[in-house]
Design a protein around this ligand. Structure first.
Ligand SMILES: Nc1ncnc2c1ncn2[C@@H]1O[C@H](COP(=O)(O)OP(=O)(O)OP(=O)(O)O)[C@@H](O)[C@H]1O
Ligand SMILES: [Mg+2]
Length: 469
């Protein structure tokens, strides 16, 4: 399909405008060109206010409003518009001023056709790159149930990275806690990449028994081991011309890491029981929630394999560090389940949203999704209320706010008093939950033992009253 290109040509010499139109038409056959003309800056400004242009080619010296003034005003109307200034060699100073005011570039008059077409191409490519960078969210297949939600600054950065990485063929390692969206990112990179029409093949390295993993990845020949009745095509071959997603790559056994390292380096492998090498051009994306650096220290993960995978890492932040995304995700899941379960819920109440923002979400977005799905079953009214949230979420929030409420006393507010009150409350509730057992409290509340003992003494807490009799 031909891309359309809207160009505004601004010059007070009609002959020059005509020749530019014909140069563009002959040198850019890959575009469906729509040209508009204007004979001074004022007319140009009127056109820009009415229509959207991919490019403005503009003379400087014109009656009524000159090119430099028009440029400034056009940029105020639409700062992203690409303006190329046309100027005579003797007036190069104009070109410099124009670039300072946001012109993309300049071209000297008389216009050289080759230079003009090269410049226009450069302007288009740059514009596309810039607009990719500001894309709101990466596209995901045509599956209406999956969409990338992310309003937070951190997710914006990830969107930029996805759009950039989609177009370069490097290995990507996606890292993040459970349920942060690692697989979604992998799919988004695939769907925005040149391999998007090829397959997206996922393999969970943690879910397949060790002895079958090699043949899962590389395939096997008939009779190559007991049970190998038929020839099997491995995931690497299935993912040819597409993307192979190695999920939970941290679970892979070291000897398989060696084999995979070789595939990443040489782009070829040997099916089990075969003596024929097979080439692969699948793009590799891996994901893990494990601390691979620590695993390397403990010799559970190979350093050479790690460096091969880690060419471009993407870190997905946990949900509790992107609270700005919660409202958007909640709405997205409410719409999803309204469609799926054919039951309409209009939103969450304000207090429910406040609770959802306070909770720590150890299971991240997946946990939030499950929480909303569950609320659809329990809630009778049009809005999700705190009563239809899972017990564990309410309990955690409650525990925490009890501590904080201790500080809300009526005396003069003092930070140290508040802090101590909260600390005492925390320690007492931790002891209560652990029946006054010191070692259990240490482990459970993640507090060093000597700190705990010191605080018990400081606040004169009678531990024996928490013991179960
Ligand atoms: N930004 C997002 N917008 C919308 N949905 C999301 C987003 N991130 C994750 N999800 C959804 O949350 C669920 C979990 O995401 P995904 O499976 O990609 O996470 P993961 O990091 O691979 O989890 P795990 O570590 O458990 O394998 C999926 O249903 C996914 O569609
Ligand atoms: Mg996953």
């Amino acid at each position: 399909m031909q891309l359309s290109l809207n160009v505004l040509i601004v010059d007070d010499e009609p002959e020059l405008v005509k020749s530019i139109v014909s140069i563009l038409n002959t040198t850019l056959p890959e575009y469906r060109l729509n040209t508009k003309e204007a004979s001074n800056g004022k007319m140009a400004l009127d056109s820009v206010k009415k229509e959207t242009f991919d490019l403005v080619l503009m003379d400087v010296r014109m009656p009524e409003m000159d090119g430099l003034e028009a440029l400034k005003t056009i940029k105020e109307v639409d700062p992203r518009i690409t303006v190329v200034i046309m100027t005579a060699h003797s007036n190069l100073q104009d070109a410099i001023t124009a670039i300072k005011h946001g012109a993309f570039d300049y071209i000297e008059k008389p216009i050289d056709p080759e230079k003009l077409s090269a410049l226009v191409k450069k302007a288009i490519v740059t514009k596309e790159m810039v607009s990719n960078l500001t894309l709101s969210s990466p596209i995901l297949d045509d599956d209406i149930d999956s969409k990338f939600v992310g309003a937070s600054e951190k997710m914006r950065e990830i969107f930029h990275l996805i759009n950039r990485l989609a177009n370069v063929d490097t290995t990507v390692l996606i890292r993040g806690e459970n349920g942060t969206g690692k697989e979604l990112v992998a799919r988004a990179i695939h769907s925005n990449s040149p391999q998007k029409h090829g397959p997206f093949v996922a393999i969970n390295c943690g879910a397949i028994p060790e002895n079958l993993m090699e043949s899962e990845l590389f395939g096997h020949e008939r009779g190559s081991f007991t049970g190998a009745i038929d020839r099997k095509i491995g995931k690497f071959q299935l993912a040819n011309k597409g993307t192979l997603f190695l999920d939970e790559v941290g679970e892979l056994e070291p000897d398989l890491q060696v084999k995979l390292l070789r595939v990443l380096q040489e782009r070829k492998f040997m099916p089990v029981g075969s003596n024929r090498e097979v080439r692969t051009n699948a793009r590799i994306i891996a994901a893990t929630n494990r601390n691979l650096e620590k695993m390397i220290e403990e010799s559970e993960f190979r350093e050479d394999f790690f460096y091969r995978l880690n060419v471009m890492p993407i870190f997905l932040p946990p949900l509790r560090e992107r609270l700005d995304d919660i409202a958007g995700l909640v709405n997205f899941f409410i719409n999803k389940f309204s469609r799926k379960l054919n039951r309409s819920i209009r939103g969450v109440t304000t207090d429910t949203l406040a609770i959802l923002k306070k909770y720590r979400w150890p299971g991240n977005i997946r946990e939030l999704e499950n929480c909303i799905e569950r609320a659809f079953i329990i809630e009778n009214g049009p809005f999700i209320t705190p009563l239809s949230l899972p017990e564990n979420i309410l309990r955690e929030i409650n525990n925490r706010s009890n501590i904080l409420l201790t500080g809300k006393y009526s005396g003069p507010l003092d930070y140290d008093i508040f802090k101590e009150a909260a600390e005492k409350e925390f320690i007492e509730s931790a002891l209560r939950a652990n029946e006054g057992k010191i070692n259990k409290t240490v482990a459970h509340a993640n507090i060093p033992k000597n700190t705990l003992l010191r605080k018990i003494k400081k606040y004169s807490i009678d531990v024996s009253r928490f013991a179960k009799d």
